[in-house]
Design a protein around this ligand. Structure first.
Ligand code: WT7
Length: 651
């Protein structure tokens, strides 16, 4: 993707195929006619308060709100005056129906151990852990860090926080001790919940050890709760560290839910921005619950007899919204798997689909590309006939990967929902509705009801059909982020500072003549590596913190499996680089940020291309990293020989 100075973006992708859902699917779908969608979409656009107000009756309120929507973006409030609790939506209200004994969570660990928690069981454990948190001094409004493997205790801890109005901040297990400390400090977390470890490709990921290291720099943290998962050796610091099972043993199995304001902070989730430290995206209670509940129902077409599996890690927003809150608010059965897709072999996911008769399967393009590479023989070994709907999220899906997913996994029977959304949006925004939308491979298709996007130039004017531009939202939606934790100004300038009156998502996109959206990727210095947003700036800071490094520039390059790979250009303070130093720098970045940010390529350069004002010209380095001859404008480049030298270094 190339961006001109006017902010319009050239789009090169051409895709003409179209796939309509089969009549049998449409007949049973939660939204089953185009006319119904049009009516909902127009109603939501013209009368958002009326539209969302009616849907909010599907939530359980302690006290009804005074107004559905108040204020303008960025400072919009939803359901002001209402009193609500997220855990009640996910648990209590199902206990008075037949769902009491329905499976809420079906879990399988990587070693093959399994657990099924019925709604009643989940309720009991959530109440117990809520009481545990209270006994550790956690109060309504406090923050709790969760750094855990994909085990039921993670969902239990989330809902327990929600029950007492503590705000959870989940840190993905691939982050390092330093990243944990940064997030603990930013959020001023009082308690950390972790495990002795988690299983990944037959090995233990030592979560507790990372927490221990982070504690040296986490002064706000008073207590640590540790789930025994792997049985590996851990050091327990007296009076600070407690075993989950010890605390749970004595905990009461009832805990009244706290009656919270609609806008009470439900969770913080840190995500990458182009500059500065990670952004603590803050979501609140009522709007987020309504957004995730309704979109789960519309997009995943959830029915009571479905087994639904989202393969994301709960450490990312996908897991928050579409493993835990959205599905459970619908009383659905949600599956959770702890480990790697290729353990003990490359057939594991399909083995799980067959074993649990999964009906709805939601994964990421990076995973699909790995499946393709591993070969059709793996899914071919298993019975996938239970599947009725497939989903994709995290980055644009390449049309060829879409076709493979459709043919090999969906067996040309299942609609595919390519869902565009972000940590910030909380819930799916642009996506096919599986019963009605004719999908085009590579397009996330059309906005859901309540979502009013546009594609604009930098001056805010709308672009024409098939013209690339910036993807914005013109109307607020209930599950949108409310602020960046502790930095409201940054929230306003990051999302509302570019295009007057609009939320700017940071993505480039185009709309075709059928009104279908084609997202072309991010326009800022944020990489999308295996569906995870990583900031080039943070990786650069990590590199520069190494004593030998003078300067670093990090860019993405096309990567077969990960979508984007991480390429680092490093200039040293003195001497030449060598393989030893590459290893050392790689380890250094992993320690500073975590395994998620492991560089794919490190290249040493005597100088980096810069503008006359000293800004590193990353767009030129992107060409070098991709091995392309640059056709870009180099008139602002300070020293033209630098690029030539970088290219020669390749040989
Ligand atoms: C960015 C958000 C939403 C959960 C996972 C990532 C890209 C996401 C799609 C899609 C094209 C997509 C965008 C977006 N993205 N889904 N279906 N088609 N691009 O959450 O880390 O907040 O990243 O992921 O660039 O801005 P996130």
């Amino acid at each position: 993707m190339s961006q001109s100075s006017a902010g319009s973006i050239e789009s090169v992708l051409q895709e003409g195929r179209k796939f309509a859902p089969r009549a049998e699917f449409t007949a049973r779908a939660n939204i089953s006619s185009e006319a119904e969608y049009e009516k909902m979409w127009n109603r939501a656009k013209d009368d958002p308060a009326g539209f969302w107000g009616e849907l909010a009756e599907n939530l359980t309120w302690f006290k009804k709100y005074d107004s559905v929507l108040s204020g303008n973006m960025p400072d919009t409030k939803w359901f002001n005056g209402g009193k609500i609790n997220a855990s009640v939506q996910c648990l209590d209200r199902h206990l008075t129906s037949w769902r009491k004994n329905k499976a809420a969570i079906i879990w399988e660990g990587e070693p093959g151990d399994t657990r099924v928690l019925r709604y009643q069981d989940l309720y009991r454990e959530v109440c117990q852990f809520a009481n545990v948190l209270k006994s550790l001094g956690v109060k309504t409004g406090d923050r709790v860090t969760l750094y855990m493997p994909m085990i039921p205790e993670l969902a239990i801890a989330m809902l327990a926080c929600a029950r007492i109005g503590a705000t959870h901040s989940i840190i993905f297990g691939g982050f390092s001790a330093d990243a944990i400390a940064d997030r603990n400090n930013d959020a001023k977390a009082k308690v950390v919940v972790t495990a002795d470890g988690g299983w990944r490709r037959g090995k233990v990921v030592s979560l507790k050890a990372a927490v221990d290291e982070s504690m040296e720099r986490s002064p706000s943290v008073e207590k640590v709760v540790v789930v025994r998962r792997t049985g590996s050796d851990v050091t327990m610091t007296p009076d600070r560290d407690f075993w989950w099972h010890d605390l749970m043993q004595d905990a009461d199995t009832d805990c009244d839910p706290v009656e919270l304001d609609s806008e009470h902070p439900l969770f913080i989730l840190y995500t990458s921005g182009s500059t500065g430290k990670p952004k603590g995206v803050l979501h609140t209670t009522a709007g987020y619950m309504l957004g995730t509940m309704m979109t789960s129902k519309w997009v995943f077409d959830l029915k009571d007899d479905d087994t639904y599996w989202c393969t994301a890690d709960i450490g990312w927003v996908t897991g928050h919204s579409y493993i835990v809150y959205g599905p459970l608010a619908n009383g659905a059965t949600t599956m959770m798997y702890e480990g790697a897709p290729n353990w003990p072999d490359e057939g594991r996911f399909w083995n799980l689909v067959e074993k649990y008769k999964v009906n709805i399967f939601y994964t990421a393009p990076t995973a699909i590309r790995a499946f393709i590479k591993w070969g059709d023989q793996w899914p071919g070994k298993y019975d996938l006939s239970s599947l009725r709907l497939l989903g994709s999220v995290g980055e644009p899906i390449n049309p060829e990967a879409w076709m493979w997913y459709h043919r090999v996994i969906g067996q040309e029977r299942c609609p595919i929902v390519d869902t565009w959304w972000q940590t910030e949006t909380g819930a799916i925004m642009i996506s096919p509705l599986p019963g009605i939308t004719a999908a085009k491979p590579g397009s996330c298709t059309k906005p859901l009801p309540g979502v009013v996007p546009d594609i604009v130039r930098k001056d805010g004017t709308s672009v024409g059909a098939n013209e690339g531009g910036l993807l914005v939202m013109k109307q607020p939606w209930p599950s949108m982020l409310r602020t960046l934790y502790g930095d409201h100004e940054r929230f306003v300038s990051t999302y509302f500072g570019d295009i007057e009156g609009c939320y700017f998502a940071g993505d480039g996109a185009r709309k075709d003549s059928d009104g279908y959206y084609w997202v072309m990727g991010r326009v800022d210095d944020v990489l999308n590596v295996a569906g995870h947003r990583l900031s080039t700036m943070e990786i650069e800071s990590a590199l520069v913190s190494h004593p030998n490094v003078a300067e670093a520039a990090v860019v993405g390059f096309p990567h077969d499996l990960k979508g984007e790979g991480i390429c680092c250009f490093v200039s040293l303070k003195s001497g030449d680089g060598n393989d030893e130093l590459i290893k050392e720098l790689t380890a250094h970045v992993r320690k500073q940020i975590g395994a998620v940010a492991t560089p794919d390529v490190i290249r040493f350069a005597t100088a980096l291309p810069k503008t006359r004002s000293g800004k590193i010209m990353r767009r030129l380095l992107r060409d070098v990293a991709a091995g392309r001859v640059s056709t870009q404008d180099t008139t602002t480049l300070e020293d033209l020989t630098v690029l030539e030298k970088l290219r020669q270094d390749e040989d």
